[in-house]
Design a protein around this ligand. Structure first.
Ligand SMILES: *Cc1c(COP(=O)(O)O)cnc(C)c1O
Ligand SMILES: [Zn+2]
Length: 420
């Protein structure tokens, strides 16, 4: 039942997250028996062979973790912009501003298309080529569109990217410039996603890998590298607390999985990482379910400026809730003004300009500290997943020149510039 093209990877099949039914390494994302989501199942003995030394000897990007991914270790098989090994920034002034002992920002805006999505896309499209697909596509809230179009351009493979019509202009331009097909759908992300599911069933899209739909199990695994990388950058230690933004909830779930896996296979000492999830009040189906003590997600119609997180019917929501509950973590949601303040605080204390999703994380960090859920003394990592240049509109009305002067000393003096 194993697929020979994956023979050089530790993946042995797909497994249903719900009922445990197993499948081969094929292009399938839902269980035939219970419709539950499938994820990649690994050969535990193969994973256990992976050592720190082997990873450290690998390339200076996410492929150093290839021995832990369902892609294979041969570089020539990969379709990738080679993202990863982004900075882990020791955020002293942010910690000071919030009364915390130690906080780091994992800055994934430093990836080639300026969001963490390059990780999941590199993993997905590399698997897609092995599975025999010759076209790429996705349903996107913005960043995924950027990354799929760019990966397709690099590989010389046609792409069709589907987005809600009301995305930020920066994300539309940054997708269209790569030259593939860009379909603006007059509906929400959840409508886009439904349309893409239907398209995967058509003859015309038979050879198309929709990275987060029909090959979703492979896509999701790319997020694990954001867990491994933080552990490695901390000197093969686990942080005590993390704050992660949630759209579908997949990223949070896989960061948690990576922490557990890295302890299991001995890359790090065992340790419990308290996992916290962040959403905006405009779209908080996961945080609301968590607050109500259930794992039944009630879908919502998203609004608000954190568009990259606007998934109203989040597929991995229940698993994200489980990850936060089982680790003694939590969730919170923040409104658009708090998000804008979060963006400004992060920029002013770290030099990192985050997109709205990063603002959600910083504002949530603050809220969780105020409510006493997050321990200010514990070592904390927060994830910035995208670049502020993609969502300039969010803060453009709040910031601008502090002084305007004529090009003369006299004018400079009169403007108040000489007063501190
Ligand atoms: C997609 C995205 C996320 C979250 O992704 P999920 O895995 O769907 O929860 C977080 N931040 C940014 C900037 C994103 O684009
Ligand atoms: Zn099942």
């Amino acid at each position: 039942m194993s697929n020979a093209v994956f023979a050089d990877s530790p993946a042995k099949g797909l497994i249903c997250r719900n009922c445990g039914a197993t499948y081969g390494l094929v292009a399938q994302h839902a269980c035939w028996q219970c419709f539950g989501p499938l994820e990649v199942d690994y050969d535990a003995a193969e994973l256990a062979k992976v050592t720190r030394e082997r990873i450290e000897a690998g390339p200076q990007n996410l492929w150093r973790y290839a021995p832990l991914l369902p892609v294979g270790v041969h570089a020539e098989d990969r379709v990738s912009l080679n993202p990863g090994l982004t900075p882990l920034v020791d955020a002293k002034h942010l910690a000071e501003a919030l009364g915390m002992r130690r906080v780091w920002v994992k800055d994934d805006s430093a990836n080639p298309t300026h969001s963490f999505k390059d990780r999941v896309v590199s993993t997905a499209v590399s698997a897609a080529v092995k599975l025999g697909f010759d076209q790429f596509a996705c349903a996107s809230t913005g960043n995924l569109a950027n990354s799929v179009a760019a990966h397709a351009a690099r590989a010389g493979i046609p792409s069709t990217v589907f987005v809600p019509h009301d995305l930020e202009p920066g994300k539309i331009v940054q997708t269209a410039v790569y030259g593939g097909r860009l379909v603006a759908v007059q509906g929400s992300y959840d409508d886009v996603n439904r349309l893409c599911s239907e398209l995967t069933e058509t003859d015309e899209f038979e050879n198309t890998a929709f990275v987060n739909v029909n090959i979703r199990p492979y896509y999701a695994e790319g997020s694990k590298t954001l867990g491994y990388e933080v552990a490695e950058q901390l000197g093969w230690r686990l942080p005590e607390q993390v704050v992660v933004p949630m759209a579908s909830g997949e990223l949070l779930t896989k960061i948690h999985k990576a922490f557990e896996e890295s302890a299991e296979i001995g890359l790090t000492e065992p340790g419990k990482v308290r996992v916290f999830g962040a959403q905006s009040t405009g779209c908080s189906p996961i945080a609301d379910a968590f607050a109500e003590g259930t794992d039944e997600i009630t879908p919502v119609k998203p609004t608000g400026i954190a568009k990259s997180l606007n998934i109203g019917d989040p597929a991995a929501g229940p698993y994200a809730i489980e990850a936060c509950r089982s680790t003694g973590g939590g969730m919170a949601k923040v409104d658009d003004d708090e998000i804008r303040e979060g963006i400004r605080l992060l920029a002013a204390t770290t030099g990192i300009f985050a997109e709205t999703a990063g603002g959600v994380v910083v504002a949530t960090l603050r809220k969780l500290l105020e409510s006493g859920q997050l321990d200010p003394e514990a070592e904390t990592v927060i994830y910035n997943t995208g670049d502020g240049l993609k969502t300039l509109d969010a803060v453009s009305s709040l910031v601008g020149p502090t002084h305007t002067v004529k090009p003369s000393l006299k004018s400079a003096r009169e403007s108040g510039l000489f007063e501190s």
